[in-house]
Ligand binder design. Structure first.
Ligand code: GDP
Length: 533
């Protein structure tokens, strides 16, 4: 019998996977798909230049550079659950899309390299998770290599990220001697053995109670004694597993394993699915929209991707479904646009291919054809009560450049192109305060976005540009812009006043010190790091 809509929603899990580049996010994702039976061979999801193109390699620029510029969504089934993984670009030059993707997830899996601990990119992404109070599950990967001391790794997470940790399992050995993990709740030892080289197949697992007389033999006397000592220490020191804290994003359950050899991947999945919830309610201007009670379809747009198919010059708007059921071709009300739209060519990423979907449910992510009407944060719904979901914050760019035209005759195309690209959220565009379109400044979160802008202007609008980097690193929106006179704000000499596309005044600064000075000099001025769409 077919599942009811409630059952379909109830069995969904939607999470983002985050890590510093090379920690093993792609490998772990691939193993999830492998266990879920969505792919048969490891290597199908690889995104590196020297391997097959990753499923997310949509744009030319991605192919050229062998990196994943955009985020992709993968869906797979595991033990009756339907799981959506939102991948985040793993390159150091990540973009605002990475942040926005986190807005569409209900929780995050953070992959950490056991030999490195917490790395800079993890911190940035983590801050966004904390801002949203979403649960964070930690997978400490590469235990088959020399790893940092386990206690030090946990300490690192607690200190650097400011979140409590609770190991759900504990590694036994590391490097070539990585034997398996000890499960704290059941006191079981899971002894892993590789069953084939290359990690394509699942790992063999022997389970024995730590209290069994044969346990020491199975992993070796020394390892056993060491494990018992560590567990005693741990039980005395670690935080209790408080699921309320987990759901508030204050405590991260921690798991150990090796994605490459499959060790610990399945135990992680099992625990993860038990500890996570079905799609969570979302805030709107008419209160919370709970997928368990709201029957009508609703969704919000969190990403717009242009030119996935160069031949068609199409744009795809990615939306997270927040309630109800989606059916291909359905008409829904686009709240910001003020009219009904038909959601056509709905697509979903299934393992290694894009496919057209007929039905999708709360928790799912779909991409629909965008004739140029959607903006990031827009709400779509069939509910009579036309609510709007809370907008997606605009993340403060950290790099700025002045844009100039190579051929000044192309000014019209240029303005059109840069405005459109900014509307899609691929870059942020600013103008000189009271300066009009004469001077255009673009701001980005990751410098790769500059390349995307250049590439797209050339390819889609036939306009060549020059980018002159500007020294600013901080931007502040003026929270009380109606109360202060922006004309008379007296900042440091290196401060620059600009306006965004909606006409909001902003201030650019080279360093934090200048921000402090400007606040000191202008009584009553309130600045903020996040804008709202
Ligand atoms: P990403 O950048 O986070 O997606 O990382 P990848 O999954 O592409 O992995 C980066 C490199 O680390 C690749 O060469 C992987 O084969 C390797 N790798 C991933 N997981 C493991 C692991 O558990 N053990 C070891 N030894 N290598 C791993």
């Amino acid at each position: 019998m077919a599942n009811s809509i409630e059952q379909e929603i109830g069995r969904r899990r939607t999470f983002a996977i985050i890590s510093h580049p090379d920690a093993g996010k792609t490998t772990l994702t691939e193993k999830f798909l492998l266990y879920g039976g969505a792919i048969n061979t490891a290597g199908s999801v690889k995104g590196k230049a020297n391997s097959k193109h990753a499923v997310s390699d949509w744009m030319e620029i991605e192919k050229e550079r062998g990196i994943s510029v955009t985020s992709s969504v993968l869906q797979f089934e595991y033990e009756g659950k339907c799981i959506n993984i939102l991948d985040t670009p793993g390159h150091e030059d990540f973009s605002e899309d990475t942040y926005r993707t986190l807005m569409a997830a209900d929780c995050a899996v953070m992959v950490i390299d056991a030999s490195k601990g917490v790395e800079p990119q993890t911190i940035k992404l983590f801050k966004v998770c904390v801002m949203r109070h979403i649960p964070i599950f930690t997978f400490i990967n590469k235990m088959d290599r020399e790893a940092k001391d386990t206690f030090d790794l946990l300490d690192d997470i607690e200190k650097v990220l400011g979140i409590e940790t609770c190991p759900i399992n504990w590694p036994i050995g590391c490097g070539k001697e990585f034997k398996g993990v000890y499960e704290r709740a059941s006191r079981n030892i899971l002894r892993f053995e590789a069953v084939s080289t290359g990690g394509a197949k699942e790992a063999k697992e022997t389970i024995i109670s730590a209290d069994d007389d044969n346990a020491a033999d199975l992993i070796g006397e020394d390892f056993y004694d060491n494990l018992m000592e560590e567990i005693e220490l741990l039980d005395g020191a670690a935080a209790e597993l408080d699921m309320d804290k987990v759901h508030q994003g204050k405590l991260s359950p921690v798991f150990f394993g090796s994605a490459l050899t499959n060790f610990g991947v399945e135990p992680f999945l099992e625990h993860f699915l038990k500890m996570t919830t079905s799609p969570l309610p979302r805030k709107s201007d008419h209160g919370e929209i709970d997928p368990m009670t709201e029957k009508d379809f609703s969704a919000f747009v969190f990403k717009i991707q242009a030119n996935m198919n160069k031949a068609h010059r199409d744009r795809i708007a990615f939306m997270r479904i927040c309630s109800g059921e989606f059916e291909a071709g359905m008409s829904v009300y686009h709240v910001q646009g003020g009219k009904d739209v038909r959601l056509s060519q709905p697509q979903q990423m299934m393992a290694d291919e894009r496919k057209i979907v007929d039905k999708a449910y709360a928790g799912d992510i779909i991409g629909v054809f965008d004739p140029g009407v959607y903006s990031i944060g827009d709400t779509l719904t069939t509910a009579k009560d036309k609510f709007e979901f809370e907008g997606i914050p605009t993340f403060a760019p950290e790099h700025f450049a002045r844009v100039s035209l190579v051929d000044s005759m192309k000014r019209k195309q240029f303005v059109k192109g840069v405005t459109q690209i900014a509307q899609e959220g691929a870059i942020q565009m600013f103008q000189e305060y009271k300066g009009g379109m004469e001077e255009i400044i673009v701001g980005v979160v990751g410098v790769l976005q500059f390349d995307v802008l250049k590439f797209r202007l050339e390819n889609e609008y036939n306009v060549q540009i020059r980018l002159e980097n500007l020294p600013y690193e901080h931007i502040r929106w003026i929270e009380n812009k109606d109360e202060v006179n922006v004309d008379t704000i007296n900042g440091t000499s290196d401060m620059k006043k600009v306006v965004d596309m909606k006409g909001n005044p902003l201030l650019l600064f080279i360093n934090e010190w200048s921000i402090g000075m400007t606040l000191d000099r202008n009584d009553g001025l309130v600045l903020t790091e996040f804008g709202r769409n």
